[in-house]
Design a protein around this ligand. Structure first.
Ligand SMILES: Nc1ncnc2c1ncn2[C@@H]1O[C@H](COP(=O)(O)OP(=O)(O)OP(=O)(O)O)[C@@H](O)[C@H]1O
Ligand SMILES: Nc1nc2c(ncn2[C@@H]2O[C@H](COP(=O)(O)O)[C@@H](O)[C@H]2O)c(=O)[nH]1
Length: 211
């Protein structure tokens, strides 16, 4: 059995990671979502264990001490982290898992899982990015400004990623991510590795005879 794909979807605040991720899961119900832990208080409608595991700072520090997080980062005054065991277990079961996380955390995942698929979601423009954060209406003016300034720094790290996908339209962005996943699955087909191994094992003389 092939190991599942570890897909990391990252990008600046408000670009639409959450929106695209949930649309993608709607189209690909077999895709597993990694629920993060955070010290951020829940927004209206958010549920513990569904959107996030909501933790106190002490509980989050315990998770760090117990090495329970694959990565974590402090982002605009709160901590966010990816529970490690769930990711490992899902990959071992041969299932694909998607992490929707900010850029510092994504780079830490890349150190541990260079074979992951790292996708950076881009806004069609900076003006549209601002519109989206403001339009969501979940943050104070100060937090919006902070998130926007971090967004510009985050976009400078785009070159660490395998793919850039523009979120101009949610369905189009999902289709592009779906195409990336299909291509990555094709590259990792076990039989291809076995075939390459067999070809490598043939000596030049054997190669000549086979021809
Ligand atoms: N393609 C799109 N066109 C127009 N609006 C969009 C598009 N994608 C997302 N949005 C809107 O932009 C806002 C921000 O989206 P979302 O919350 O998914 O962003 P995010 O990247 O997950 O943000 P954060 O990192 O802050 O959690 C939402 O109001 C969402 O409805
Ligand atoms: N490094 C990590 N970043 C994460 C994780 N889970 C979510 N996030 C990112 O944090 C910001 C803010 O999220 P919000 O829900 O407060 O708007 C956003 O970029 C998320 O993608 C995580 O486990 N690790």
């Amino acid at each position: 059995m092939n190991r599942g794909l570890l897909i990391v979807l990252s990008g600046p605040s408000g670009v639409g990671k959450g929106t695209v991720c949930s649309a993608l899961r709607g189209k690909q119900p077999e895709l597993i979502y990694s629920v993060s832990a955070t010290t951020r208080p829940p927004r209206e409608g958010e549920r513990d264990g569904v959107n996030y595991f909501f933790k106190s700072r002490e509980q989050f520090q315990d998770m760090i001490r117990n090495d329970a997080l694959l990565e974590y980062a402090e982002y605009v005054g709160n901590f966010y982290g990816t529970p490690r065991d769930f990711v490992e277990k899902t990959l071992d079961e041969g299932k694909d898992i998607i992490l929707e996380i900010e850029v510092q955390g994504a780079l830490k995942v890349k150190e541990k899982f260079p074979e992951g698929v790292f996708i950076f979601l881009l806004p069609p423009s900076l003006g549209e990015l601002k519109q989206r954060i403001v339009g969501r209406g979940t943050e104070s003016q100060a937090t919006i400004e902070h998130r926007l300034s971090v967004a510009v720094e985050e976009m400078n790290l785009l070159y660490h990623y395998d793919y850039a996908v523009v979120n101009d339209d949610v369905d189009s962005a999902c289709a592009r991510i779906g195409a990336i996943m299909t291509a990555e699955h094709c590259k990792r087909e076990r039989f291809l590795h076995e075939l390459f191994q067999e070809l490598n094992d043939l000596t030049p003389a054997q190669n000549a005879r086979e021809r």
